[in-house]
Ligand binder design. Structure first.
Ligand code: KIV
Length: 268
């Protein structure tokens, strides 16, 4: 939102208002206290407790197995580390699709039991009733259109989405339903820019080009911690995976050679 982040907590209305000021929004995922604290101190505007936890933390091939109780647990951990960032928690697969009542009940659990500031759910036109019901209950909602990972089997894989009409209809439906922002995932850059120009709420892109109002990256992709899949759009800002491996190899060597613990690590 600005070069020097203010220490004041970011609210959903402020996040939304950033678009009118032309301020770009920096969003990152986190699933635990330590990474949330580091990202918060680094000045991100929003931490997304994504259901990508199913892949990068739990080791599943998709986010589908993630449960609401697991999301509550991870969101609680993140809330303890976040001071300034807006914390948005994902509603996992099949916790909001059944009915708007189900959506409100489960979004309410993320807010009440975990302390989330807002929730995110996937889908455009087909999710509008769920979004509206949550918003009417006082729960800020971030939408998610384009490549929606919870529909991976329906889409036939994690594929770039190119249907302009559908994407525009979905993003507008999310806005009209009352969401304060919308993630746009896995679309060509010109389409990302088109959607951004068509809606009044901020678009947060992931693999949607530079024309979005903000960007989101998965923490493990950004830090080089997830070797199973390297998406084209995920810039690696650090290679912590290699650093962790090298440090652990050194630890193993030193334990085996008797070099650790040394005198300074020993009580007398
Ligand atoms: O679950 C997640 O991390 C997400 C982001 C990829 C937007 O939904």
């Amino acid at each position: 939102m600005s070069a020097v982040p203010s220490p004041r907590p970011v609210t959903a209305p402020e996040f939304r208002a950033a678009k009118a000021r032309g301020a770009k929004l920096a969003v990152v995922t986190a699933y635990d206290y330590t990474s949330a604290r580091l990202c918060d101190e680094a000045g991100v505007d929003c931490i997304l407790v994504g259901d990508s936890v199913g892949m990068v933390v739990q080791g599943h091939p998709t986010s589908l197995p993630v449960t609401l109780d697991e999301m509550i647990y991870h969101t609680r951990c993140v809330m303890r580390g976040a001071r300034r960032a807006l914390v948005v928690a994902d509603l996992p697969f099949m916790t909001y699709q059944v009915s708007p009542r189900q959506a409100v009940r489960n979004a309410g659990r993320l807010m009440k039991e975990a302390g989330a500031h807002a929730v995110k759910l996937e889908g455009g036109v087909r999710a509008r009733d769920a979004i509206r019901a949550c918003v009417d209950a006082g729960i800020p909602v971030m939408g998610h259109v384009g490549l929606t990972p919870q529909s991976v089997h329906q889409m036939g894989g994690f594929k770039v989405q190119r249907d302009t009409e559908q994407l525009l209809a979905d993003a507008l439906a999310v806005e009209v339903a009352g969401a304060f922002s919308v993630v746009v995932e896995g679309v060509p850059a010109d389409l990302g820019a088109k959607v951004t120009g068509a809606v009044g709420i901020p678009t947060v892109g992931i693999g949607a080009g530079a024309g979005c109002d903000g960007q989101v990256l998965v923490f493990h992709d950004m830090m080089g911690l997830y070797p199973d899949f390297k998406p084209k759009f995920a810039k690696r800002y650090a290679d912590l995976g290699a650093a962790i491996k090298a440090a652990t190899e050194q630890y193993c060597r030193e334990v085996r050679e008797g070099a650790f613990p040394a005198a300074e690590h020993t009580f007398r």
